[in-house]
Design a protein around this ligand. Structure first.
Ligand SMILES: [Zn+2]
Length: 114
């Protein structure tokens, strides 16, 4: 079966924190390659994360979830670009919430004035 972006992680895939995984030392049980998770190669990518493989022999290490908005904002290991993107998303949510509150307040005031 061909997996696509709309599908979730592979069934039975282990889900771990992205930053923890990327920082930790990895050893390929198949070819002996050693390095950090960050040095592994990205396999299939999904909405929630991506598969990580040995850069030498493509051994499958596991499925690593992408950091959450909160992790990007609070984890000191977050990429500055990811942190900025998380701030933009957070601001957009805040603006949408304020607009909804303002609309609700206006609707209540209009109804009370009748
Ligand atoms: Zn390998």
């Amino acid at each position: 079966m061909v997996r696509g972006l709309a599908q979730g992680p592979p069934e039975g895939a282990a889900i771990v924190n992205c930053y923890d995984w990327m920082e930790a030392a990895r050893t390929c049980p198949k070819c002996g390659w050693t390095g950090t998770g960050r040095e592994t190669k990205t396999g299939e990518a999904f909405h929630e994360g991506s598969e990580r493989h040995c850069p030498k022999c493509w051994h499958y290490f596991g499925f690593v979830v992408y950091p959450t908005i909160d992790e990007n904002l609070t984890d000191p290991r977050a990429d500055p670009i990811d942190r900025l993107a998380a701030q933009v998303v957070r601001q957009r949510v805040r603006i949408a919430t304020l607009k909804a509150q303002r609309a609700a307040t206006a609707a209540i005031a209009k109804a009370a004035a009748r």
